[in-house]
Write a protein of this length. Structure first.
Length: 317
């Protein structure tokens, strides 16, 4: 049953990947830490050494590896007005995908890992506001991160194939705050739309993680408005509209705050001694490399590793 639920929760991500062209899947072989693989832009043009815009458009400099409306020659309208950095790995791909992102006094950090893919995917994200990082095939679909962190708002990071689906994180943190969205969270139509919208100061949403907010409008309007604050949404809110409009932690389902229940195979009420006694009476030290504890939790998200493989297999780079 757990496997079925996990696969079901990944359905929006799988659906988005199915319609993505091969060039937009990016490649794990592109090292975005190398300056040669990153295009720095201001107002849609490559940045000169003095910080001013050059005469070379970001589209031209990307050479169809980023900032392209189609991923092919002639698609020049993906990054007009874009002010930020993008990796040459299939990021900012689609009609107006990164138009005006980080512009007009705003800020947007590095966009990498085949992120911001689709019609207006990151349109005006961080415009007159701030988005620090978008990576790992996040913000994929139609308007998934449209206006995120815009208008004085702040979104710290969107990572791990999060914000996937039509309007998934549209207006998230706009004129407000969302600190982080990660672990394949916010999947589905309007799943986290307007989350953390319009808060003031420390209000908004601290984190959405653990494959949370999966389903149509699952966390739409979460932590929205003055006085609203959500500490953490972790591994919960996985049905349509389940956490829609929740303004404080008190409104969230109980499983959002509950720690994971450990799995035990020992029926005894007493713990197994960590030190054995040998015939001489001296203690035998516990081996420095112990066998895998059967009570430990399994490695999360094995499908994400498979996704990385899929990205590499279908890369055009």
């Amino acid at each position: 049953m757990k496997l079925i639920n996990m696969l079901w929760s990944c359905a929006p991500l799988v659906a988005a990947l199915a319609v993505m062209p091969a060039f937009a899947l990016g490649s794990s072989t592109v090292n975005c830490a190398l300056a040669e693989n990153v295009v720095k832009c201001v107002g849609g043009f490559v940045v000169n050494d003095d910080g001013s815009p050059s005469a070379t458009s970001c589209f031209t400099e990307c050479a169809d590896k980023c900032c392209s409306s189609t991923g092919e020659s002639g698609g020049a309208n993906a990054c007009p007005g874009f002010t930020g950095s993008v990796c040459r790995d299939g990021s900012c791909i689609g009609q107006l995908a990164c138009e005006d992102a980080g512009n007009d006094g705003g800020f947007i950090g590095l966009i990498e890992g085949a992120s911001c893919v689709g019609l207006e995917a990151c349109y005006r994200a961080g415009h007159e506001g701030r988005v620090d990082s978008i990576k790992d095939a996040s913000c994929v679909g139609t308007k998934p991160c449209f206006y995120a962190g815009q208008g004085g708002g702040h979104v710290n990071s969107i990572t791990d194939a999060s914000c996937v689906g039509t309007s998934a994180c549209q207006y998230a943190g706009m004129s407000g705050r969302v600190d982080s969205i990660k672990d394949a969270s916010c999947l589905g139509t309007s799943s986290c739309a307007a989350a953390g919208y319009g808060g003031e100061g420390g209000e908004g949403v601290n984190s959405i993680k653990g494959a949370s907010c999966v389903g149509t409008s699952a966390c739409a309007d979460l932590g929205r408005g003055a006085g609203a604050y959500i500490t953490s949404v972790n591994n919960c809110c996985k049905t349509d509209e389940e956490c829609r409009g929740d303004r404080t932690d008190a409104y969230l389902p109980a499983d959002c705050a509950a720690p994971p229940v450990p799995v035990t195979t020992n029926p005894s009420d007493k713990p197994t001694p960590m030190v054995s006694v040998n015939p001489s009476g001296g203690p035998t030290l516990v081996p420095s490399v112990a066998a895998q504890d059967p009570s430990s939790s399994p490695t999360p998200f094995p499908w994400f590793i498979e996704f990385e493989g899929l990205a590499a297999n279908f890369s055009a780079f």
